[in-house]
Design a binder for this molecule. Structure first.
Ligand code: SF4
Length: 676
């Protein structure tokens, strides 16, 4: 396997690389460099699915690279916790301080008093689950359940289909009916949009299920705007429609599925009128949706992550993904469902992590970070090591997380690219490289792709890549060998299956199997033990204590009747790039709800419940469902008047499957700021 030559990358005006950020699309990029600085980031044609265009977010990535928030040197806290005052130190001093503290904790209360905390901030295969995981495993720290996103849909997809690859963007061109359910491709996964538009120009119908009239919803043939958290009864009512009318695909189900009766029994109680009432939608619209879905082929459902962020999220995702099975939509190009394609290439971090087995140490659900910092005492968390993550901006129950981070006896390390909200509460800050300064491997989870990410410019200041820093720390702690980043790259790709690593290093991109466009139940089949769809999996029944597909009612109260959602926006990738947001975020509210509270656009408001309060301006917006209000996902604290974001109002309760986050179960009241 040939090593990439440095001269291939350096000194050229345009460098080919790829975007590893937490986005399904994994764009190939051409980055223009002049005099050692990035001057332009644009799409390249290496990944055909991304069609040479990229999002406005990453076009602006140079502003993060060279912005005033960029971390350039290691530093240690000087003033009071949270004051944001730090003094520069050397890498040796910073790593020595961290190593000494880790050893002291291990020798007093045990290494489980250390909690590593990371999540997808740079979603490549090198920046997470390599030398970092080896270090923390070998040292015996607490483990982190990374469940803030995709855990419920992942649990459902895994149990029903064994994460069978889904319909890829190109095949939407063949669909006669496209359903976007809990997803807004105009904000995330943008490369699906042109395929939808082209399919529509060829006559495909479009149905959108979303509490907001997104731009695609406004163009759709049918838009259903259910109350957040009610996707489960909506999906079950379509199942009942299919069963009651003899439209279930009996022969297909006999051959390819089990658990049909369990699902059918749970769907039985959801007639169209009852579901419509619960979802707060028109029964005639729901009936039309069911009829359209039953009669259209090929029909594809893009199952999004929006529908999982509530108490019913896992069952809802399972019920939605079960629809093409019951309705017999598989076996044709453009028919079936799309969820995450992250497992499509069969690459698992276990391949390179097997040398350092995972110990059975304490497992902390990341959605319970606040509780872990404040309440856990067996042992207490005395060190928090944050990387690839900005938990103060991204975890639920923000005020509890904040109180935890403010603990004087908590030693917090934050290893980051820019000075995030979480950095402010650190004891030691370490500067990390960005994907334009380090190697990585980008794995798409929309289009099936695997691409090499290469450094296009010198590292800023003293920023260093994850692989190097964690291996150096492991060396200091006596639990590993120091390793250069390039060696970690070769070690990881050397363990990819089916020669993928060689192809990646030689070509910079791997040609996906099935030409990148598998047809479900022709090219790919469920990866369950018997290769059948399991519509009522015993593991999920056990996990939910026999409540799989059972609807849990709305958590609204008379005091807090409004459902607050926090969907992905066009401005950030989760919270990444949130520092570039220029104006205060606005609460989106339907004019009817605003009128009842005598509010006008631009009024400063309090959005509040028992967990906290967000102060920001309100914007009247008829595109949002009455009874629902919205703030963007991933806001930094600077984007509101009082430094709280939607996450301050989100409970840290867990979803029915996958122990995921219930952001959309936030129920709130809104009032003019100053009025009670
Ligand atoms: S965030 Fe997504 S759309 Fe934007 S450049 Fe990266 S992969 Fe492409």
């Amino acid at each position: 396997m040939a090593r990439p030559s440095q001269t291939e990358s350096w000194g050229h005006s345009t460098v080919r690389t790829a975007c590893p950020l937490d986005c399904p699309d994994s764009c190939s990029l051409d980055v223009t460099v002049e005099r050692g600085r990035v001057v332009k980031i644009d799409g390249a044609d290496a990944n055909p699915s991304t069609r040479k265009f990229i999002c406005a977010k990453v076009r602006r990535f140079g502003e993060r690279l060279y912005g005033e928030d960029r971390l350039l040197y290691p530093a240690v806290r000087q003033g009071a916790k949270g004051s944001g005052t730090f003094v520069r130190v050397t890498w040796n001093e910073a790593l020595d301080a961290i190593a000494q503290r880790m050893i002291a904790i291990r020798d007093t209360i045990g290494a489980e008093g250390i909690l590593p905390f990371c999540y997808g901030g740079s979603n490549g295969l090198l920046t997470q689950d390599t030398t970092d995981a080896q270090l923390f495993r070998a040292f015996g720290t607490s483990r982190l359940a990374r469940t803030v996103c995709a855990a419920p849909t992942g649990a459902a997809n895994g149990a029903l289909y064994g994460k069978m690859p889904g319909v890829t963007y190109e095949d939407y061109l063949h669909a006669r009916l496209i359903v976007l359910w809990g997803v807004n491709p105009s904000a995330s996964g943008i490369h699906l949009v042109p395929f939808i538009k082209e399919a529509r120009s060829r006559g495909a119908m479009l149905v959108v299920v979303d509490p907001r009239a997104t731009s695609l919803a406004r163009q759709a043939d049918l838009h259903l705007a259910p109350r957040p958290g009610t996707d489960l009864p909506l999906a079950l009512s379509i199942h009942k429609y299919l069963f009651d009318r003899g439209l279930a695909a009996a022969a297909f189900l006999d051959e390819h599925a089990r658990g049909v009766e369990g699902l059918r029994a749970r769907a039985e109680e959801w007639s169209i009128p009852r579901a419509a009432k619960t979802c707060e939608i028109d029964a005639a619209d729901l009936d039309r949706f069911a009829s359209l879905y039953a009669s259209s082929s090929p029909a594809v459902i893009r199952c999004g992550w929006g529908l999982e962020r509530n108490r019913n999220g896992g069952s809802a995702a399972a019920a939605v993904m079960a629809l093409p099975a019951i309705a017999g939509k598989f076996g044709v190009r453009g028919g079936g469902f799309s969820m995450s394609n992250s497992a499509a290439l069969g690459i698992k971090s276990a391949a390179w992590m097997d040398d350092t087995p995972e110990p059975a140490t304490r497992l902390v659900n990341m959605n319970h970070l606040g509780r872990a910092l404040l309440d856990y005492d067996d042992p207490p968390v005395q060190m928090l090591f944050v990387y690839n993550c900005n938990p103060l901006a991204t975890m639920p129950d923000q005020n509890r997380v904040l109180r935890g981070l403010q603990r004087e006896n908590l030693f917090t390390v934050v290893y980051e690219q820019v000075f995030t909200d979480t950095c402010r509460y650190a004891d030691v800050v370490l500067p990390a490289t960005t994907f334009l300064e380090n190697y990585d491997v980008a794995k798409g989870y929309g289009p099936i792709s695997l691409q090499l990410v290469r450094p296009v410019v010198e590292r800023a200041g003293e920023a260093r890549p994850n692989a190097e820093v964690f291996s150096e720390l492991a060396g200091r702690l006596g639990v590993g060998e120091q390793e250069e980043e390039i060696d970690t790259l070769f070690r990881v790709v050397g363990r990819f299956p089916n020669g993928l690593g060689t192809d990646l290093m030689e070509q910079g991109i791997v040609q996906p199997p099935y030409g990148g466009v598998p047809v479900q139940f022709v090219d790919v089949f469920p990866r369950t033990p018997d290769n059948k769809i399991d519509l009522y999996p015993a593991a999920l029944v056990d996990h939910t204590r026999d409540r799989l597909y059972l609807y849990q009612p709305d958590p609204e109260t008379d005091q807090y009747p409004l459902a607050l959602i926090s969907p992905a926006s066009e401005k950030t990738v989760s919270s990444t790039l949130g520092e570039l947001r220029e104006r205060a975020a606005m609460l989106q509210m339907h004019p009817t709800d605003a009128s009842a509270r005598q509010l006008s656009t631009g009024d400063p408001v309090r959005v509040f419940n028992d967990l906290g309060e967000v102060q920001c301006p309100v914007a009247l917006n008829a595109d949002i469902k009455p009874g629902t209000v919205s703030l963007p996902k991933g806001l930094w604290r600077r984007s509101t008047y009082n430094g709280s974001t939607a996450n301050a109002l989100a409970p840290d309760s867990l979803t029915d499957l996958g122990d995921g986050a219930c952001f959309n179960d936030a129920r709130v009241q809104v009032a003019l700021l100053g009025r009670h």
